[in-house]
Design a protein around this ligand. Sequence first.
Ligand SMILES: Cc1cc2nc3c(=O)[nH]c(=O)nc-3n(C[C@H](O)[C@H](O)[C@H](O)COP(=O)(O)OP(=O)(O)OC[C@H]3O[C@@H](n4cnc5c(N)ncnc54)[C@H](O)[C@@H]3O)c2cc1C
Length: 381
Amino acid sequence: MNHDAAVSIARQIADRVLSPAAQRNDKESRFSAEAVAALGPAGLFGVMLPTEVGGAGLGPRTFAAIVAALAEADASVAMVYLMHISATATIAAARPGADVTPTLKEIAAGRYLCTLAFSEAGSRSHFWAPLSRARRHGAGVCLTARKSWVTSAGHANGYVVSSLAPDGRGPTDSTLYLVPADARGLSIAGPWDGLGLRANASAPMSLEECEVPSTQQLTEEGAGFEAMLQVVLPLFNLGSSAVSLGLCRAAVAATATHLKTARFEHLGQSLGESLPTLRAKLATMQIDTDGLAARVDDLVDHLERPRETTMLRVLECKAAAGDAAIAVTSAAMRVCGGAAFSKHMSVERLFRDAHAGAVMAPTGDVLREFIAKAVLGMPLF
Ligand SMILES: Cc1cc2nc3c(=O)[nH]c(=O)nc-3n(C[C@H](O)[C@H](O)[C@H](O)COP(=O)(O)OP(=O)(O)OC[C@H]3O[C@@H](n4cnc5c(N)ncnc54)[C@H](O)[C@@H]3O)c2cc1C
């Protein structure tokens, strides 16, 4: 599978599976098992895995394009996919002592969905500082933790879980583990009923004395923080930006359709023909959307050819994308007026979904804090 084929498959699945169900899944806060059943076997679960384990060996460019295409149809599914790819990359980067090849082959075969369980109730959006601490248990560990939000909770086959290393000294001395869904002591701790991304099952999860063998310890002890920064953060921020891009594109398309089809019958004109103010707002939405697309391309380029400015771009892109998605979908709400407000069209779902980007860690505020510190030459942590 090459880049074009992967993106084309994503578009087909978006049209055939995601779009028809997005409204209902949002309303009922229903996780789309159908989307998972379509994306996995089509080869998109292992799109970035090496060919030796059955993956497609493609890079961040393809990942971002797939996520944007999915988000245009249903941002909840795009987020499920983005979390899966971020977790998969962490598993693929596992330390030499870990035995993850069978899992990677299952992922590539489309039979294994995974996700990240980092955020904890106690440290909230500061996902890099878990409060839970792994306890030694034979050659492995026992995990007890309260994970506050886990996308695909109850639907994933495996969870990449962070916890402080048994002998870790500082607040970021964490280790990452792969915990299977059927591990004893792992349970979903509540329902998911969010404002937006309602169909991605981002429920709380609890681990009570979960035994994890050393073969499923993904990082060296205390090296979880480094993996979060080097492996997860670039992909997560790129994917989150691509979700925002898909939302912006969907908002522009829905608004344009509304301006062409809704009419002032007493004037004999469509809204778009009649009102220059609405045309100006649509133009601004288009400019912001294309600006975000250029940012996403720029970040892809920085990840393909890493250089001194790469980490700054990783931080900037998600912060800018979250703001763009909120601005573009807010403008769409204004332009489409009562039709959007009374939920006659998809725009209000896009508007609600767009607000998740700024809340999801690293939040827009935290990213600004890091960016400014980087510009001032201050330590980030
Ligand atoms: C839809 C959705 C899905 C999610 N899925 C997952 C998942 O799969 N895995 C996972 O681990 N987590 C997940 N999360 C959790 C997420 O990443 C955050 O941890 C969580 O949203 C933060 O919650 P909070 O508002 O309670 O954080 P708080 O830390 O209480 O933040 C409150 C406010 O303070 C601001 N703030 C916090 N720290 C700073 C700072 N240093 N400087 C400036 N401002 C600051 C924040 O920006 C925010 O506006 C998900 C969240 C959402 C919304």
